[in-house]
Design a protein around this ligand. Structure first.
Ligand SMILES: [Fe+2]
Length: 256
């Protein structure tokens, strides 16, 4: 009888250990791995909100993932909903209660005290990113049309020559900054660079004019996807330019 009891005890013990082992194994296997959807869980541009004030962020009319692979979704989300929103909120806070609060942004630039770093950086950050996000599209026509196409041919020789010069200028930019296509006082198109969040509307700009196209050359605009290969980001930027918008901005600039 003792033998049977011992045998039964051993059998039950062995079975429980076995079942524990099996259970543990099962639990490990059943730990859910992050799905692709979870890894790419993104917000929507409509949820991005800056502090209320004189200036508002420009509307992004496509999802954060719409420009991939030219610009990846995470970069777009952080850039638009965090960095751009932050510049806008800080600018609104800095201008609250001042006469600039109710002025057109061009006038705010004209009156800008360049020694006021807080206003200068946030004003530039707001203006520059507004233009940048305004001229991006997942459905680029690839080249300009109408009056802008003619002006580019006239001032650069051809669209291909313009692209080459714009890319060269962007690739030469040392450190953080921007490359611009501007309309100068004589109505001529020019390419120019600025450092940090400066732009061609600031009094210290080497080349002044009205910006109609801009590429952000800060690392935050491309590093997650391109790392040190800024050249490829600059090349691919030409896949996502909204030439209709750039053309409208050109027509508006020359009509002033
Ligand atoms: Fe940026």
């Amino acid at each position: 009888m003792k033998k049977i009891v011992i045998f039964l005890f051993c059998s039950i013990f062995a079975l429980s250990v076995g079942s524990c082992k099996r259970k543990k194994y099962t639990e490990v296997v059943e730990v859910p791995l992050p799905s692709v959807e979870e890894k790419l869980a993104l917000g929507v541009p409509e949820d991005a909100k800056a502090e209320p004030g004189a200036f508002e962020i420009t509307e992004l009319k496509f999802g954060y993932d719409a420009l991939a692979p030219n610009i990846d979704a995470q970069t777009m989300e952080i850039h638009y909903s965090k960095q751009y929103v932050s510049f806008t909120s800080n600018l609104n806070k800095a201008l609250a209660g001042t006469e600039s609060e109710n002025s057109p942004i061009e006038d705010v630039f004209k009156k800008l005290d360049l020694s006021n770093t807080e206003v200068k950086n946030n004003l530039g950050g707001f203006y520059n990113h507004t233009l940048y996000f305004d001229v991006l599209t997942p459905k680029s026509s690839g080249k300009p049309t109408d009056t802008l196409a003619s002006a580019i041919d006239k001032d650069f020789g051809s669209f291909e020559e313009f692209k080459t010069q714009f890319k060269e200028s962007a690739n030469k930019q040392f450190g953080s900054g921007w490359t611009w296509l501007i309309v100068d006082k004589a109505g001529k198109l020019q390419i120019t660079n600025t450092q940090n969040q400066d732009n061609p509307l600031m009094s210290r700009a080497e080349t002044s004019g009205t910006p109609i196209l801009a590429i952000d050359l800060w690392e935050h605009a491309y590093y997650l996807n391109y790392q040190n290969n800024r050249k490829k980001y600059i090349d691919n930027f030409f896949n996502i330019i909204n030439w209709k918008k750039v053309g409208d901005k050109f027509d508006e600039a020359i009509s002033k």
